[in-house]
Design a protein around this ligand. Structure first.
Ligand SMILES: Nc1ncnc2c1ncn2[C@@H]1O[C@H](COP(=O)(O)OP(=O)(O)OP(=O)(O)O)[C@@H](O)[C@H]1O
Ligand SMILES: [Mg+2]
Length: 587
């Protein structure tokens, strides 16, 4: 660490002008002022550099010293991250709270990992073994749900020597040495540092062929996101963006969840902490917190750390992907992140582009979403990162720059709708403006896992909803009564699909998560009713008679009742009986 003679020349919120010495390396980590606040060099020119600081700059003043580290902003990766909660630059908030009584961090430098904790480590290499970047050399159980696989830093190569036996180690204990061709030794520890702004390397990008199964019907059935893909959740204030993020963090079939609270309310993160500490994964029975990492840069926390937080989160996600895990990264909200960019850019007096966002907003968004993917890792395993970003456009106007630019990099768009939310139709994902471009790549998976015929049923559902939309124009003008029965049937069935299928109550004990096999049953039953009813109307039997049997409304409740004592056969019989009753009445 060189102290040189860097000093503060000016303070403008989180943007600090630093003078002295040789020019500071771009993007390097510095400690600013008497409080030693961490910051990053964002521009450097001769003896003047601009630094963004990751804490409140209130105590900083002209002339205070600045320490250069010469190293990029990095995070210490290793066992102990799971179940943890970090700030935007990966400082453990619980530890800080233990030290200071609150989440106030002034000048605290703390590694992401507990350096004292002993881990039961199984070391899988021996002296003389070839060492190759990315290979797994040791394992330890990090939580009940996650086995931590310690990987060689991607740039290391050579042979293992001085390998210690399996046993109990701290993350920074030297457990072996890597000796390269020229005889240079590098000590090997369980933990490794990685610069947050540099994507971790992989062998190659693989095609996306399976969905992230979420247990949310409207998503799994209509608008899936592929594992390794990107989805955006734009929505006006209060439309349910956070709720969708929470639902996916809880129920999606990812191995590891990285949840990034970016500029949103602090109590939402506390809620995640509390709920996840109690909720169990329906598939594994493990507590949800045992697979979750939280990163909190809430609205009351420093704005520059918000800019960094998505890179911190992404780096952690990549690290678990490299172990061969499927990771889902939720960012709530990317708009708040973009606002942080805008604020810093403004203070740097850069030339603003659209709506005062900096001209590099699109490339920063691209850089973030491009780090998602389904990959073959350096160790030859498969791992993925699925990114789900909430977008909070001002006034719900999707034409603003963050939503529009995000659309260029994502392929699933869950457009939340104010009027649906107002009508308490949740999740308020609008089925006409939302889309998933992944479905075509996932078709085989669906046919094999949801059941053959799924694609056709999905299309029928989409068609019925589409026809309903156009009919509603007429209905609004002249009412439904004068519609012919085949069109009335569309309206009745679409209502079942909307209320009985697409609506899903996140607060309901069983409805909160629906496994694929049940979704498939529901689709079959709804479409069975549709087909049978169509037969009736083609015989000129009035649809009203079937509606009067209550069979349509019975299907509104199917999502609650299915499996709670009622089976698919029960509903099919109910439909058959209702049809017979109507037929008898017409004999
Ligand atoms: N799936 C759901 N089931 C039941 N209620 C829901 C669901 N989704 C959203 N809600 C209701 O809508 C409210 C607002 O949701 P949420 O906080 O997720 O909105 P938001 O879009 O994140 O809002 P903000 O713009 O303030 O961040 C929730 O508190 C809840 O009452
Ligand atoms: Mg929210």
């Amino acid at each position: 660490m060189e102290t040189n003679n860097y000093y503060i020349h000016g303070v403008n919120g989180p943007v600090i002008t630093v003078r002295g010495g040789r020019s500071l390396p771009m993007m390097s980590l510095v400690y600013v002022g008497n409080d030693k606040i961490p910051g990053e060099v964002v521009s450097a020119n001769g003896d003047t550099a601009i630094v963004q600081v990751y804490e409140d700059s209130a105590g900083l003043g002209k002339g205070q010293p600045v320490i250069s580290t010469g190293r990029p902003m990095s995070v210490l990766l290793g066992p102990g991250m799971i179940s943890n909660i970090y700030d935007g630059i990966a400082r453990p908030l619980r530890t800080i709270a233990g030290m200071t009584g609150s989440f106030i961090t002034k000048g605290i430098t703390l590694p992401a990992l507990d350096l004292e904790k002993l881990w039961d480590v199984n070391i899988e290499v021996k002296d003389g073994d070839d060492a190759k970047g990315g290979m797994i050399f040791a394992r330890t159980m990090e939580s009940d749900a996650i086995e931590h696989r310690c990987m060689l830093r991607p740039d290391l190569k050579g042979k293992f020597i001085e390998v210690k036996p399996s046993g109990r180690y701290k993350v920074t204990d030297v457990i072996a040495q890597i000796v390269d061709e020229r005889g240079r030794k590098t000590p090997l520890m369980l933990a490794q540092e990685w610069p947050i702004r540099r994507p971790r390397p992989c062998l190659k990008r693989l095609p996306i062929t399976r969905p992230l199964v979420t247990g949310q019907r409207v998503i799994d059935t209509l608008f899936p996101v592929g594992k390794g893909g990107c989805a955006a959740i734009p929505g006006p204030f209060g439309a349910g963006k956070t709720m969708v993020q929470h639902q996916l963090a809880k129920w999606s079939d990812a191995d590891v969840i990285v949840y990034l609270g970016c500029g949103e309310r602090g109590n939402e993160m506390t809620q995640v902490l509390d709920e996840f500490a109690e909720l169990k994964d329906p598939k594994t029975g493990h507590l949800l917190m045992e697979r979750t990492i939280l990163i909190a840069n809430t609205s009351n926390m420093p704005v520059a750390a918000r800019e960094a937080s998505i890179y911190t989160g992404m780096t952690i996600a990549e690290y678990y992907r490299d172990m061969g895990y499927h990771v889902a990264l939720m960012a709530d909200s990317t708009s708040r992140w973009a606002e942080a960019l805008r604020e810093i850019s403004g203070r740097l007096e850069e030339m603003p582009a659209e709506e005062s966002f900096p001209a590099y907003l699109p490339s920063r968004l691209a850089g973030f979403y491009e780090r998602a993917g389904y990959m073959e890792t350096l160790s030859g395993a498969e791992g993925s990162i699925t990114v789900i970003g909430a977008v909070s456009p001002q006034g719900g106007d999707f034409s603003e720059p963050v939503t529009q630019n995000t659309k260029r990099f994502i392929r699933t768009f869950w457009a939340l709708d104010r009027s649906l939310a107002y009508a308490r139709h949740f999740p308020s994902i609008n089925w006409t403006t939302s889309y998933s471009e992944y479905f075509i790549d996932l078709k085989d998976w669906y046919e094999n896992n949801f059941g053959s015929g799924f694609t056709k049923m999905r299309q029928q559902i989409i068609d019925i909803l589409g026809k309903e939309s156009s009919l509603m124009e007429i209905v609004k003008l002249i009412g439904a009564d004068i519609l012919p029965d085949d069109q009335k049937l569309i309206i009745e069935t679409a209502k079942v699909i909307r209320q009985g299928y697409l609506q899903q109550n996140a607060f309901h004990k069983t409805d909160t998560y629906m496994p694929p096999e049940k979704q498939m049953i529901m689709l079959e039953v709804i479409l069975y009713l549709f087909e049978e009813a169509k037969k009736l109307t083609s015989r000129n039997i009035p649809l009203n008679q079937l509606v009067a049997t209550g069979v349509f409304s019975a299907l509104y409740r199917m999502k609650f009742d299915l499996g709670e004592g009622q089976t698919k056969d029960y509903f099919i019989k109910l439909i058959d009986d209702s049809i017979s009753k109507v037929l008898e009445g017409n004999e």
